[in-house]
Design a protein around this ligand. Sequence first.
Ligand code: NDP
Length: 292
Amino acid sequence: MTDIIDGKAIAAVLREKVAVEVASLRDDHDLVPGLAVVLVGEDPASQVYVRNKGKQTVACGMQSFEHKLAPTTSEAELLQLVHQLNSDPAVHGILVQLPLPDQIDTHAVINAIDPAKDVDGFHLSNVGLLATGTPRLVPCTPLGCMILLQQTMEDLSGKQAVVVGRSNIVGKPMASLLLAAHCTVTIAHSRTQDLPGVCRNADILIAAVGRSQMITGDWVKPGAVVIDVGINRIDAQEGKTRLVGDVDFDSVSKVAGAVTPVPGGVGPMTIACLLRNTVQAACSASSLPFSM
Ligand code: NDP
């Protein structure tokens, strides 16, 4: 029987832990963690993400600061806001929603965020710390995938892990985390030869490609754990659309030992990990211990 990994339920448990930690920080230390989310432009998907992040931040007892800027905002204006948030003691975490409009250099903005408030874990110094095995703030989606894996498998050590996708926000940090958990890691991408054969070696297969239902059951080793990061909108019946992953769930769920669904797998974990990272940043700013 294939185990369907319930990301929604695991994320709910993590959010509950965050809420308990937030309550004790407030009661014992008079500290209320604050998360600032900056949205530039009117991309509908980004608007939904930002709204959800704000709601869940407040639901966990934290402060939410939303900054919505016009699509024509200049890089200088956005940098000015980032500097203001860097020096605001009520703000412990800063997230600039990506993608940014073309007139803005994404790297310049991410690297202007105070690394201690970089709850997305994209600042070069946080990337370097993760790559050198001393992680501080870790990117939320790969962190969420690791929590799902740890809840599904007894021991990751020595397992063959294949990550399909090498982006800075998912594939590369995912590979670093799996390596730190003592997996033998292969990173595959668009130039990889015999991708199905590479995937068939995997005890742990992470799909972070952005191509709907690309990974089918015949690419999967029987019993493997498959984590589907992809979020793709495809046409469904009667002019409607629906969300699917990078994994063909129907065929893969007949072969894998465990698989995440889309929706309801990795997606809910990403926001839960953002809340967790915000608490971590708040504890660190006040030199308080953090373990979650
Ligand atoms: P990117 O587009 O930045 O990276 C995609 C990667 O997939 C690239 O490394 C690319 O290779 C590789 N790739 C593309 N086509 C193929 C192919 N045919 N065969 C093998 N590899 C291929 O995407 P992201 O990493 O940002 O996101 C990946 C997916 O995850 C998307 O669906 C995105 O929506 C989703 N996502 C979901 C999140 C969540 O919370 N669940 C959060 C973030 C992303 P190359 O480098 O050679 O071009």
